[in-house]
Design a protein around this ligand. Structure first.
Ligand code: AHR
Length: 622
């Protein structure tokens, strides 16, 4: 029985309440939302990004093609290029295989090719550009352009596909003599979302836009803070997984690529300007997250480097100026130079992600907040609460956040559907005078209809508490089926198709039907939950496995890998493999050695990306 108090008044619901969380995981950016079709376009892939990479990953050279890093480079931030010494007979060139299965081509569609090039041949060097299938059959009329002069210059051409293929290739051949140098070899579909230059893949962007999200949280998750303890300026060009927003703006050929936390290279072609632009294009509030020098995501590292901390704080201030400052301000001018003189209207900024060390994090968070409040008092600075929905780390975060009068706290949790059903009332008892909640990441662990239904049920509890829960985002947003590191996900895609999960439909239902205010209601006679908790808890278990017992893990083919029933209270269970160690103690995840969580979750090593562990557990009594 549902009793609705039509005369009563509940909390108002902000239009921006439901949003999306974008992170470059599962190839969500390069090979996903970012429409670039050429993989490793600047020849910067490096074993430090991923053990399997070289400067020629995704490229097949012919003749004397080699990747070099020398003084003739395109610029200091784009250091490697392809050198072709046109000697002897035979063709000299290079073929790109795109991402995963190949370059998707659609009959009749146009593709915009560009390359930076220079030649030592005073007579010029003709370059022939072809779109082919995997076997070399030509799929578009070839085009030839002539490189002239020994200074780096950008050349462009447009090709029209005569056939459709999901396994296309881009082939470039050079003729003549001398040395020709190539860099930033690029191919975009002529049509991108709203036809923005350096734009986004249309079908994916349209699916996100169709949600009508209230905000876009970017650029991650774990991607944000891990590695922030390293400096990020030359002369140290080591790849260290450190995401710095300043690396991601300006001309794309000057954005130094870097290792992504999730085990592949990130080109930053989809960078902070593009995130702000996309948010504006879809009517969503931009919500960037910056690192706080205390890492989470399995690293538990605190950086005691006041100068580096100060620089990160300054970066946060500069970011606000980049978003909101007048075009005459130093960082506002950079935004204007990229084609957006008007401010983007930033109102919220997140500091940190899932820190396991609340005290160390909070100390640094307060430094960020003070600096931002002094210069931009109108900006809401969001703190966080660690990786779990409950427990000592979570409690300590909240204690500190309350004591400091924090405006808003980011919560994250990935749980089984039953948890979502059982916790509909989670926010009913939250302190109305304390910090507001930004539910920055949540999902029930699978992509079945029942998961989506449990999420929908839970969202009614979020909405009922809209006076406390101001923002909420399902996570993660995107997954390339050929590069899955984390599931469930909201939108799935391959190189040429995309589809929403059942959870996508639930999110869309809520986002496109945001009410004005809650009408109080009460249900009675609802059936009790009786089903036992069993089933796959998946690779993301490490983040939220507290309260589980009787753990067993098998490979997908059913081979038992390890098990423990935790019969003794203080039982400790450790699994070690060549790829790292992870431990469970008394039913709770304890610790993984460096890299182990990466290994389990990110599958940066290609031999792991297809390898699914199934973990079964029963919930501890109580
Ligand atoms: O959404 C995937 C990951 O889950 C995020 O990077 C991290 O914040 C969380 O643990």
């Amino acid at each position: 029985t549902l009793r609705v108090d039509t005369a009563g008044s509940g909390p108002e619901i902000a239009d921006s309440m439901y949003g999306v969380f974008f992170e470059d995981i599962n190839r969500a950016a390069d090979g996903g939302l970012y429409a670039e079709l050429v993989q490793n376009r600047s020849f910067e892939y490096d074993p430090a990004d991923n053990g399997g990479y070289t400067g020629l990953t995704s490229w097949t050279p012919s003749g004397a093609a080699q990747v070099v890093d020398d003084a003739e480079r395109l610029n200091e931030r784009n250091r490697r290029y392809l050198r072709l010494d046109l000697t002897g007979s035979g063709g000299h060139g290079v073929t790109n295989a795109g991402y995963n299965t190949g370059i998707p081509l659609t009959r009749g569609d146009k593709y915009d090719f560009s390359v930076w090039a220079r030649t030592s041949n005073a007579a010029g060097t003709p370059l022939t550009i072809r779109l082919t299938d995997a076997g070399g059959a030509v799929l578009a009329r070839p085009t030839t352009l002539t490189v002239r002069g020994d200074r780096w210059t950008k050349y462009t051409a447009t090709l029209r596909a005569d056939s459709t293929s999901a396994t296309g290739r881009l082939r470039i051949t050079a003729t003549g003599s001398g040395t020709v140098r190539l860099d930033m070899v690029s191919l975009f579909p002529d049509e991108t979302f709203l036809n923005r230059p350096n734009g986004l893949r249309k079908d994916l962007a349209e699916k996100i836009a169709a949600l009508e999200p209230g905000f876009v949280r970017f650029p991650g998750g774990c991607l944000v803070n891990t590695g922030s303890h390293y400096g990020y300026e030359a002369p140290n060009w080591e790849r260290r997984r450190s995401y710095q927003w300043k690396d991601t703006i300006g001309p794309v050929e000057e954005r130094a690529t870097n290792a992504n936390f999730w085990g592949y290279n990130q080109s930053y072609g989809l960078g902070y300007f593009e995130y702000f632009q996309f948010s504006e294009d879809i009517g969503a509030m931009p919500l960037p997250v910056v690192p706080a020098l205390v890492t989470g995501c399995g690293e538990n590292r605190v950086t005691d480097d006041p100068a580096l901390l100060q620089r990160h704080i300054q970066d946060a201030l500069d970011l606000i100026e980049f978003a909101n400052g007048p075009a005459t301000s130093p960082w506002g001018a950079k935004r204007a130079a990229m084609g957006h003189p008007a401010p983007f209207g930033l109102t919220h900024i997140g500091v940190g992600n899932e820190e396991n060390l609340p005290d160390a994090f909070h100390e640094r968070f307060l430094r960020f907040r003070a600096a931002i409040a002094e210069r931009y008092p109108e900006i809401t600075v969001i703190s966080n609460s660690g990786p779990d929905d409950t427990g000592p780390v979570f409690d300590r975060h909240w204690q500190l956040n309350r004591a400091s009068g924090v405006d808003m706290v980011d919560e994250h949790y990935y749980n089984d559907p039953r948890w979502f059903l059982e916790n509909n009332d989670r926010y009913d008892s939250y302190d109305r005078s304390g910090p507001k909640v930004f539910l920055g990441e949540y999902a029930s662990r699978d992509n079945r209809f029942a998961n989506a239904l449990a999420e929908a049920s839970f969202m009614t509890g979020l909405e009922r508490n809209a006076d406390v829960v101001e923002l909420a985002a399902y996570a993660p947003l995107l997954a390339n089926v050929d590069y899955v590191q984390w599931r469930p996900d909201m939108i799935w895609f391959d190189n040429h198709r995309s589809w929403g999960s059942a959870s996508y439909e639930v999110q869309k239902l809520f986002m496109t039907n945001v009410g004005d205010s809650v009408v109080p209601s009460r249900a009675s006679g609802t059936p009790a939950l009786t089903a036992p908790i069993t089933g796959a808890i998946g690779l993301s278990t490490w983040a939220t496995s507290a309260a589980y017992d009787d753990v067993s893990v098998t490979s997908e083919d059913g081979t038992a890998l390890f098990a423990d029933d935790f019969s003794a209270g203080a039982d400790r269970w450790t699994h070690s493999s060549g790829r790292g160690t992870w431990s469970v103690q008394d039913g709770a995840y304890v610790q993984a050695d460096a890299g182990a969580q990466d290994t389990m979750v990110t599958a940066g090593d290609p031999s792991w990306s297809d390898y699914t562990l199934r973990a079964k557990a029963t919930k501890r009594a109580g």
